[in-house]
Design a binder for this molecule. Structure first.
Ligand code: HEM
Length: 293
């Protein structure tokens, strides 16, 4: 019986470090991925594999594809480079740095490191705007059902599909807005975290309310704020048993459903858009049977 990478179901750590790699030498992919799979415990290191890696290995991962090109949407979005992703988790940034360096050495024959972002937990789990993030995440059994594939095949069960988007906030703009306007952008009251029933249709939680979709669109979100120099925002990370629920939410945010775009876009924009397959755990690290056998 396979389990998912455990961190999918754990609280946000105080420190996160996100590494993104692209393929540089396909010949070495198999050996490198095998070595990496032994060092990924799914708790202190979460690993996701992009669609181009699977194609280069001449294998299939049902449900995995590139981040959608929503070039015709009222707010366009697109895929950005990223074939292998690591989420390093802990409470000591120094340890995360060294763990990341060790991963880079092992990955080096096949992959090039193109991006590193440091994330952190703000307060009890807030976005940098001061709003609690993750309130409506499913928990326990419902979280497992939302985030893990089951009933597909012995090699795939326990897999998860993660959507990753680095969002850049304009906090100067947001902080100038009156409190009520801020609440109407999010759709919740900052002071109480209560949902605002009569918030505009563009309010973020009105756009993405998981119960509002048919079928219901549940995901497990594990996002963290990030800062780099003068810039900051949210590293949005959402796990699903497929990308379907995320795509329903995203389509509504960018206005493809009813022409209404998410008010989040008034102060934040995605810099990246990537999809990865998070393989299940095996007896020793990740189980890559879907790619190797
Ligand atoms: C700038 C980026 C984003 C920020 C700051 C943000 C912030 C928030 C906040 C504050 C909440 C309310 C509390 C909660 O339930 O977590 C929320 C809810 C939610 N967000 Fe986001 N979010 C962002 C991007 C996204 C994206 C890209 C998606 C998916 C495409 C998404 C999906 C959701 C979902 C599904 C909920 C729960 C809705 C419900 O069922 O009530 N968010 N977000």
């Amino acid at each position: 019986m396979h389990t998912g990478q455990p961190a999918i179901f754990l609280d946000i750590p105080s420190r996160s470090r996100y590494l993104t790699f692209t393929i540089k030498n396909p010949i070495e992919l198999k050996n490198v991925l095998t070595s990496l799979s032994h060092m990924v415990d799914g708790t202190s290191v979460v690993m996701g594999i992009g669609a181009k890696v699977v194609t280069a290995l001449h294998k299939k991962v049902p449900g995995l594809h590139l981040f959608p090109e929503l070039s015709k949407a009222p707010v366009p979005m697109s895929t950005t480079p990223g074939d292998l992703w690591f989420w390093l988790r802990g409470d000591d940034l120094g340890k995360l740095l060294h763990r990341g360096r060790a991963i880079e050495v092992i990955a080096n024959p096949a992959f090039e490191l193109i991006n590193v972002v440091d994330g952190f937990k703000y307060g009890d789990g807030m976005d940098l705007t001061g709003y609690e993030d993750g309130t409506e995440n499913p928990i326990d059994e419902l979280a497992q059902q939302a985030a893990l594939m089951s009933g597909e095949s012995a090699k795939m069960d326990g897999s998860s599909f993660v959507a990753v988007q680095q969002w850049l906030h304009d906090l100067n703009y947001f902080e100038e807005l009156p409190a009520q306007q801020q609440d109407h952008i999010i759709g919740r009251a900052k002071t109480t975290n209560e949902e605002i029933d009569d918030a505009p249709k563009s309010a973020h939680v009105k756009r993405v309310e998981q119960d509002d979709f048919d079928p219901q669109a549940y995901v497990v979100r594990r996002s963290s704020p990030w800062i780099e120099n003068q810039q900051s925002g949210l590293m949005f990370v959402s796990f699903g048993h497929s990308f379907d629920a995320f795509e329903l939410q995203l389509n509504r945010m960018v206005g493809l459903d009813d022409g209404v775009t998410d008010a989040l876009f008034t102060f934040s924009k995605p810099l990246t858009g990537n999809y990865y397959w998070c393989p299940p755990m095996g007896e020793e690290g990740l189980d890559l049977a879907q790619l190797m056998s």
